[in-house]
Ligand binder design. Structure first.
Ligand code: 4NS
Length: 200
């Protein structure tokens, strides 16, 4: 079987810079931050979080936090990044939906604008027609008035002619009567005078 050298160690804090000095704080675990007070030969004088001042073997000290703590921190950051990614994806999805809705709304508004434009054109045409109709109506009324005037003139003329015809008839009648009377007077005169019968 295989075994591995453990990365978890417990460092003794000694009263002096050497393994022969007595331990004044036992088993400071890996990853514990220590304040450096003095650097010696193979040993460093530190202050522990409990406040103990003493010497630890320099070969077990690191200038950066231990891998386990860095991994924990990286894992936390990864989790946070994942949750932010999820949130951003949700926002993206919402924004995409909103954009699609807006595009649909824009498209139907554009269609509506087209319809209204057509409607406007139709109304303008109708208005133009009504202007033409009004002009035509005015022309027809003027023409009507002219025809009425003509009719009046012609009616007057007609009446005048009727009257003159009547008087012509009367003259003709009178002439005929006169002619008749003259004939009645003249005809007996033209007849040969018959001798009166003696034997009567
Ligand atoms: O990890 N060790 O085995 C270990 C660490 C420190 C240590 O401290 S010393 O002062 O006794 O060297 C001894 C042994």
């Amino acid at each position: 079987r295989t075994v591995w050298v453990d990365d978890k160690l417990y460092l003794p804090v000694r009263s002096g810079a050497g393994s022969q000095f007595r331990i004044i704080e036992n088993a400071v675990p890996s990853g514990t931050p220590l304040e450096v007070l003095e650097v010696g030969d193979g040993y460093t004088k530190v202050r522990t979080p409990k406040g103990t001042e003493g010497w630890v073997s320099s070969q077990y000290l690191s200038n950066q936090p231990i891998a386990a703590d860095r991994l924990r921190r990286a894992t936390q950051q990864l989790e946070q990044a994942r949750s932010e990614l999820t949130s951003v994806r949700e926002q993206l999805s919402a924004v995409t939906e909103e954009r699609d809705n807006l595009q649909n709304a824009e498209s139907s508004l554009s269609n509506r604008a087209g319809e209204l434009q057509e409607e406007l054109t139709r109304i303008k045409n109708i208005a133009a027609d009504s202007i033409n109709l009004e002009r035509r109506n005015r022309e027809l009324r003027e023409e009507n008035q002219k025809l009425r005037n003509d009719l009046e003139v012609l009616t007057a003329e007609n009446e005048r002619l009727e009257a003159s015809k009547d008087s012509d008839f009367m003259l003709l009648g009178a002439g005929l009567v006169l002619g008749g009377v003259l004939l009645a007077l003249l005809i007996p005169m033209l007849k040969p005078t018959r001798k009166t019968d003696n034997w009567a």
